[in-house]
Ligand binder design. Structure first.
Ligand code: FES
Length: 367
C-alpha cells in the first residue's frame, strides 16, 4: 500500500533552464518501501501559502543507480514546479509517497528484447529510467529512443543520454527531433506528430522499424502520445505492446468540464436531486458518503471527510486513485490511465467517479 514518509533533499541539480532534478535520502529502514520499478513516479506533498499541494513526478534514476531522483520542469502557473525550481533547497524535507505507476515492463536479463521509446520534452524522465535499466540489466537487449524537443538547449538529460550512447554504442540508438532549431536532415526537424512518426517508421530510408519492437513506451503530451499510437498501429504494432504515460492532457481539463455538463443534461430533475449512498473502503476502514450523481467526485467527497486515501493528479492521468467498484455503478468524467481490461474488471479512478446507482461500494484495497 502506498504511504507518505518525510524524505530529506540531499542534492538539487539544474538540468536545463527550466528543470531541476531532486535527489532524496532514503533511510535504511525505508529502503524496501522506496524500491521502484523503472518508469514509476513519486508523489510529492507540501504546503505552499497554506494550501496542501501534491504533484507526481517520474523517477529518472535507473534501478542500478542506487538513488532516488525525480525531475521537475517548471510549468506555467505551476505552483509546485515553481517552488521546486526556485525555492527548494538541499536539507529541506518533503512528504514523498512510495513509488507507484504501471508505465513499466518486467526486467528479463536472459532475453534479447527490442525496446522502442518515444518521448517529448520532460516526458524523457521515466523513459530515461527505463532505458538505463534495460540497457544495464538486460545485456542482450536494444533500445531505440526518439526524443523531441524545441532546441538543443532545451534537451533534458542530454549528458546522461550521451553517456548511454558511449557506454552502449551498439545497443542504444538515439534520434533527436528538434522543432525550432534546423537540423541537416529534414526528417529530424519538426514535431513528433503522426506524419513524423509515419516518416520515421515507413517512409523512404525510415530509420526505425517499430514492428520489431517487443515493448513500446510513449511519454509526453497527449497529442504526441495519441499521434504516435495511431502511427504505430498503422505500421502494424499490436496495441498490447504499447505503454503510454501522459504528462499533460491536450485540452487542459476541458474534457472533464464537458463530461460533467453532458452527464448533468442526461439526468432527470429527480435523479439530479437524489443523494446516493456511497461506501469507500480504504485500508480496511469504511467511509460512508451521501452524494449526488452530478456533484463532486467521490474522491473529493471522501477527502472532505478527512479520509487519507491516495491521490495525486486529480486529472485522470496518474492512476494513484485506482479502486474497484464492488457494488453499483459509477460514471467517470475522463480516464487517461486505466486499460479496457481494467475498466471491464470494474476498476475506476475515484478522482473522476460519480455514483449512478442508489448504492455504490468502492474498494481501494483490491489490487
Ligand atoms: S489522482 Fe491521478 S488519476 Fe486520480
Amino acid at each position: 500500500m502506498v504511504a507518505f514518509h518525510p524524505l530529506t533533499v540531499i542534492d538539487i541539480r539544474r538540468e536545463t533552464e527550466e528543470a531541476v532534478s531532486i535527489l532524496f535520502s532514503v533511510p535504511p529502514a525505508l529502503r524496501d518501501a522506496y524500491r521502484f520499478a523503472p518508469g514509476q513516479y513519486l508523489t510529492l506533498r507540501t504546503r505552499i501559502e497554506g494550501e496542501e499541494l501534491r504533484r507526481s513526478y517520474s523517477i529518472c534514476s535507473g534501478i542500478n543507480d542506487n538513488e532516488l531522483r525525480v525531475a521537475v520542469k517548471t510549468v506555467p502557473e505551476g505552483k509546485f514546479s515553481h517552488f521546486a525550481n526556485a525555492h527548494l533547497a538541499v536539507g529541506d524535507t518533503l512528504d514523498v509517497m512510495t513509488p507507484d505507476g504501471r508505465f513499466t515492463a518486467p526486467i528479463e536479463p536472459e532475453k534479447a528484447k527490442r525496446y522502442l521509446m518515444i518521448a517529448a520534452g520532460s516526458g524523457i524522465t521515466p523513459i530515461l529510467s527505463l532505458a538505463k535499466t534495460y540497457l544495464h540489466a538486460e545485456p542482450k537487449s536494444q533500445v531505440t529512443l526518439i526524443y523531441g524537443n524545441k532546441s538543443a538547449a532545451s534537451i533534458l538529460f542530454l549528458e546522461d543520454l550521451q553517456g548511454l550512447k558511449d557506454t552502449y554504442p551498439t545497443r542504444f540508438s538515439l534520434i533527436h527531433i528538434l522543432s525550432r532549431q534546423p537540423r541537416e536532415v529534414p526528417l529530424f526537424n519538426g514535431r513528433i506528430d503522426r506524419e513524423k512518426c509515419r516518416a520515421l517508421f515507413t517512409g523512404p530510408a525510415a530509420p526505425v522499424d517499430p514492428v520489431q519492437a517487443d515493448e513500446v513506451f510513449l511519454c509526453g503530451p497527449q497529442g504526441m502520445v495519441d499521434d504516435a499510437t495511431a502511427a504505430l498501429s498503422e505500421a502494424g504494432v499490436a496495441l498490447k505492446k504499447i505503454h503510454t504515460e501522459l504528462f499533460t492532457p491536450a485540452d487542459g481539463g476541458a474534457a472533464i468540464a464537458k463530461a460533467r455538463a453532458q452527464r448533468a443534461e442526461r439526468l432527470s430533475t429527480e435523479d439530479r436531486a437524489k443523494l446516493r449512498h456511497v461506501t469507500v473502503i480504504y485500508d480496511g476502514i469504511e467511509i460512508e458518503l451521501d452524494l449526488a450523481s452530478d456533484g463532486i467526485p467521490i474522491l473529493d467527497a471522501a477527502m472532505e471527510r478527512s479520509a487519507d486515501i491516495p491521490y495525486s493528479c486529480k486529472g485522470g492521468m496518474c492512476c494513484t486513485c485506482r479502486c474497484k467498484v464492488l457494488v453499483g455503478d459509477v460514471a467517470m468524467d475522463v480516464n487517461y490511465a486505466l486499460t479496457k481490461q481494467e475498466t471491464d474488471a470494474g476498476f475506476v479512478l475515484a478522482c473522476q467517479s460519480h455514483p449512478m446507482t442508489d448504492e455504490v461500494v468502492l474498494d481501494f484495497d483490491v489490487k
